[in-house]
Design a protein around this ligand. Structure first.
Ligand SMILES: Nc1ccn([C@@H]2O[C@H](COP(=O)(O)OP(=O)(O)OP(=O)(O)O)[C@@H](O)[C@H]2O)c(=O)n1
Ligand SMILES: C[C@](O)(CO)[C@H](O)COP(=O)(O)O
Length: 244
């Protein structure tokens, strides 16, 4: 049976999150910290052998003080991330258990991912070696220079990448080793650079990444729009659509 090590990335600067006391992985959403929602999508899965939260060095002390009990109760590990996303991924990779056959990398800032989406992207990664959640681009895309439209870009074939992004572990280690210190904004890019195929698994726009304060409002309204009983029951039974 395939076993996934899951890296939940929470070590960013939240610079687009505006004036907030806490960085976005640590703000409350529907009564729990954003990072906790994300981690809960993976802990307790039979195909997950390890979950590692990656936090910024400057957040380590407060994170362990506030959430140490949660980590211990859930059997979740943590490590310090780096200045760039790829540095945080490398730090997490160094802790991956020898029992793992695959690695999944998930933004802590994407707390709305559903168990069914995780099922599908994990299955695709086992089948193909590399897979990511994504949604087809539906907006009309404009290229803008100095506040003026300079072109309308064709959107045919364009998808917006999400996470989890999941890979056969050996493949991903090769991709990271070959990448030097590439400035990449997602994890699939490193595998693409090897010339290896990465499968797309269609997700939902509800698997939004909390980047700005407005995204937090959107995420809160999605939670609020679901009857608590259904949401709770679904969470207990891990149904595909936990939103009922
Ligand atoms: N060096 C980094 C950069 C990002 N992340 C994580 O990767 C996810 C997606 O990144 P992003 O939304 O860009 O988060 P930030 O980098 O914090 O946001 P910003 O660019 O606004 O500072 C987030 O959960 C973030 O914590 C990380 O672990 N380490
Ligand atoms: C990984 C990602 O969430 C896929 O859309 C996105 O690339 C993260 O980018 P960011 O610049 O770190 O927000």
């Amino acid at each position: 049976m395939s076993k996934f090590a899951v890296l939940v990335l929470a070590a960013g600067r939240s610079s687009r999150f505006g004036d907030s006391t806490y960085k976005k992985p640590f703000v409350m959403l529907d009564g729990r910290a954003v990072w906790l929602h994300s981690v809960e999508r993976f802990t307790g899965r039979d195909d997950v052998c390890q979950t590692i939260v990656v936090v910024a060095p400057e957040d380590r002390e407060e994170f362990t003080r506030k959430f140490g009990a949660n980590l211990m109760f859930m059997g979740v590990e943590f490590c310090e991330g780096g200045a760039e996303r790829a540095d945080s991924v490398r730090a997490g990779l160094e802790k991956v258990s020898p029992a793992a056959t695959h690695v999944a990398i998930h933004d802590a800032a994407r707390p709305m991912v559903t168990p069914g989406e995780v099922d599908r992207v994990f299955a695709a990664a086992v089948e193909t070696g590399a897979a990511i959640l994504a949604t087809p681009v539906t907006a009309t895309l404009k290229r803008v220079v100095d506040g003026r439209i300079t072109a309308t870009e064709p959107r045919e074939g364009l998808w917006a990448a999400q996470t989890p992004q999941a890979f056969e572990l050996g493949l991903y280690r090769r991709a990271v080793e070959a990448s030097a210190c590439a400035a990449v904004t997602d994890d699939a890019q490193l595998v693409e650079r090897l010339g290896e195929p990465v499968a797309i698994v269609e997700g939902s726009p509800q698997n939004l990444k909390i980047t700005t304060q407005e995204d937090l409002v959107l995420a809160s309204s999605i939670f609020a729009s679901k009857p608590p009983a259904v949401k709770k029951a679904a969470q207990v039974f891990e149904e595909d659509d936990i939103w009922g």
